[in-house]
Design a protein around this ligand. Structure first.
Ligand code: CA
Length: 224
């Protein structure tokens, strides 16, 4: 298992990295937020231990940046601060657990093991399938760098599809999650909106993301 440690205080950093190495983990050390973002852009980590007080930014902003980039790696946030507000802010920024300094190394290891048992799941605000991204805060959709302008209904439909990547979704499931009860003939509406979505998402690109599963429904994904 490979762990990224983000900590600027030399003594604490070497305490954590040496302890983790002795426990059999592969460890990289970042000493500030921008270095942490660099590391996660070039390597795949199984967990990240993130100090909240960093010289260039704070751990909350770094954690938010991870999640915005679609990085679902479990984050254990570490801080000397012990205010309830900080714990809440840490968890709101997408951290998975929280550890207050000073801590016993055995507790850090136990919390890390607990995180590593979890499946990585989406906890951020940006959904991604292939080169398609959907920001659930700003409601912007892009394919690569290219913005895609959708109607409100197309956006809702796409968000539902992107939350279930590579799964075939029946028209019934789509109708239940994307339309409310007072629409008749929703099946027809779905087909119309799928047609519009496909034109905007896929027409200009060689790799198609929106697939029709004949007689069943639709699937969004980069698996043909
Ligand atoms: Ca620090």
């Amino acid at each position: 298992m490979r762990i990224l440690v983000v900590e600027d205080e030399t003594a604490i950093a070497s305490f954590i990295t040496q302890g983790l190495a002795e426990a059999g983990y592969a460890v990289d050390l970042a000493t500030d937020g921008s270095e942490a973002l660099y590391w996660v852009s070039i390597a795949e980590y199984d967990a990240i231990i993130l100090d909240i007080m960093l010289p260039d930014t704070d751990g909350l902003a770094v954690c938010t940046a991870f999640r915005e980039r679609g990085i679902a790696t479990p984050v254990l946030m570490v801080t000397a601060r012990d205010a309830i507000d900080d714990r809440v802010a840490g968890l709101d920024s997408g951290a998975d657990d929280y550890l207050v300094k000073p801590f016993a190394f055995a507790e850090l290891l136990a919390r890390l093991r607990a995180l590593l048992r979890r499946e990585p799941v989406f906890r951020g605000t940006v959904l991604q399938v292939g080169d398609l991204t959907l920001d659930t805060v700003t409601h912007t959709v892009r394919r690569g760098d290219q913005p895609i302008i959708l109607t409100t209904k197309e956006y809702s439909l796409l968000e539902f599809l992107m939350r279930h990547p590579n799964q075939t979704l029946t028209r019934t499931a789509i109708a239940e999650h994307v339309w409310n009860y007072d629409f008749d003939n929703v099946s027809n509406l779905i087909d119309v909106h799928i047609f519009g979505l496909r034109r905007k998402l896929d027409d200009a690109y060689p790799i198609k993301l929106l697939h029709t599963v004949r007689g069943v429904g639709y699937r969004l994904g980069n698996e043909a």
